[in-house]
Design a protein around this ligand. Structure first.
Ligand SMILES: C[S@@+](CC[C@H](N)C(=O)[O-])C[C@H]1O[C@@H](n2cnc3c(N)ncnc32)[C@H](O)[C@@H]1O
Length: 307
């Protein structure tokens, strides 16, 4: 009789497929140990928790993106998403690719990749506005995006840069939602996108940029998970600013959100429709004797779906 593969075995990532899944300490063989050592020297570690912290922007022998570019993305984040949610040959899209970190990571991992930006800062990034992506529907296997968080950074002089709009203005979220709708359109059903974003505290005013964006994303996507990425590279990460934060009673931004969201698969959309309860509302005063309710202004609602 052929042994049936467990679901876990099927979804285990290639490097870790030999590791025991039963919670006991892992005892690698000599060959496995040297393989892991070799890989560790070249590549990041696959994250196991929802707290990600990186001592530097890039890894390996070749640079990924340009670490002098304003708000460049830590390459480790993209590497982790690529490992978990794509396989070699898959197509990854970055609609705001800046200095091309996503391009460099994906090429090394043998994924196909297209990076766009309103003001490209990498020879392979294509000039394009993220609110209109020149790709057909359901064509991408994964999307990664690290968007502006507000008007705090001057990325370029391009008038269509969303980073020219303050996050205190609702228009900022309207524009990001147009980008979200495009990401939804180009992603294949059941595929994943990762969106990195941080909050703002400026002039004694806090704006929950992450929560506000998340609310918009939920209109389109299902949540896979929310990751907290420790912020290390920002200019305020100095002793002087830490002292100011204590003296003047405010907090420096310590983390960013990485929203990992999935475009619902066709099956899960159908399932959702079947599961949803269709509520029948009865007009006031037309309640049957059996369902008698108190008070003249009461309204009853009865589920008519299968539940
Ligand atoms: C945080 S940076 C991205 C950094 C990039 N991931 C990297 O590692 O270099 C945000 C990027 O969004 C781009 N951007 C802003 N508005 C845009 C728009 N409407 N369409 C496309 N890109 C836009 C900016 O030019 C900037 O490069």
């Amino acid at each position: 009789m052929t042994k049936r593969k467990s679901r876990d075995a099927e979804t285990t990532l290639p490097l870790f497929k030999d590791m025991p899944q039963n919670g006991f300490a892992y005892q690698p063989s000599k060959t496995q140990a040297s393989k892991i050592k070799e890989v560790k020297a070249e590549r990041p570690v696959l994250e196991a928790t929802t707290l990600w912290d990186y001592p530097r922007q890039s890894y390996g022998k070749r640079p990924k993106g340009n670490n002098k570019y304003p708000a460049v993305t830590p390459a480790f984040i993209i590497w982790n998403l690529v490992q978990r949610y794509t396989k070699p040959g898959d197509l990854v899209i970055d609609p705001m690719a800046g200095s091309g970190t996503t391009i460099d990571v994906c090429k090394e991992e043998e994924r196909q990749v297209i990076g766009y930006d309103i003001a490209p800062a990498h020879p392979e990034v294509i000039q394009n506005d993220a609110r209109s992506i020149p790709l057909s529907d359901n064509s991408a296997d994964m999307v990664f995006i690290d968007s502006p968080y507000s008007d705090n950074i001057n990325y370029s002089d391009h008038p269509d840069c969303i980073g020219k709009i303050s996050c205190e203005d609702e228009r900022f979220f309207d524009e990001l939602e147009k980008v979200a709708a495009e990401i939804y359109r180009i992603l294949k059903p059941g595929k994943v996108m990762g969106w990195l974003i941080g909050d703002q505290w400026v002039k004694k005013r806090f704006t929950p940029v992450g929560f506000k964006l998340y609310e918009r994303l939920c209109k389109y996507f299902e949540t896979v998970d929310v990751i907290c990425v420790v912020r290390r590279g920002q200019t305020s990460n100095t002793g002087l600013w830490h002292n100011r934060a204590r003296r003047f009673n405010f907090y420096l931004r310590g983390f960013k959100y990485l929203f990992i969201m999935r475009k619902p698969s066709l099956e899960s959309e159908k399932e959702q429709q079947n599961r949803s309860i269709r509520w029948a509302r009865y007009e006031r005063g037309r309640i049957s004797k059996r369902n008698k309710v108190e008070g003249p202004s009461s309204t009853t609602a009865t589920p008519t779906g299968s539940g």
